[in-house]
Design a protein around this ligand. Structure first.
Ligand SMILES: [Zn+2]
Length: 149
């Protein structure tokens, strides 16, 4: 492969041997030592047709699978992260919320959680349950408390 000019910038595309995270029919396959073109300026990758074809063959035939690795999986979005932590918290009963507050004045504890004293009062009396933003605030408080221990 000769060096050629990048389609996106004026950089030079040069042959490099890289490890590729290749997705094939919903599966992730790490293919090592793939010869690709890489722009020396913007980093865009270029896959010659025969290289792409070979990667698909490797993924399809599976006779060149040498190893399996466990990869960490994370989620970028804050919203979904909050949703996943929600599962680990059982809804607190009024008595549990009252116990959580302990000897602290209601105003102070409400401020620590980030809800109004009225909201906290209603939770403690069982007149309302932590929902929406209040629930999120309470869960954040609990996870902060748990991580400090
Ligand atoms: Zn480029």
């Amino acid at each position: 492969m000769k060096a050629y000019t990048c389609e996106y910038c004026e950089g030079r595309v040069r042959r490099q041997i890289v490890d590729e995270d290749f997705r094939y029919r919903g599966e992730l396959i790490l293919i090592q030592e793939v010869p690709v073109g890489v722009c020396d300026r913007c980093g865009s990758k270029y896959y010659p047709a025969q290289v792409l074809k070979k990667m698909q063959e490797i993924a399809r035939n599976r006779d060149q699978i040498e190893d399996r690795i466990i990869v960490p999986v994370a989620r970028f979005t804050e919203k979904l992260k909050t949703r996943s932590t929600t599962k680990s918290f059982e809804p607190l009963t009024p008595a549990q919320i009252r116990r959580l507050r302990g000897e602290k004045p209601r105003e102070e504890f409400a401020r620590e959680i980030g809800v109004s004293p009225q909201t906290l009062y209603r939770w403690e009396l069982g007149k309302s349950k932590p929902t929406g933003l209040g629930k999120t605030a309470l869960e954040t408080y609990l996870s902060r408390k748990a991580s400090n221990q």
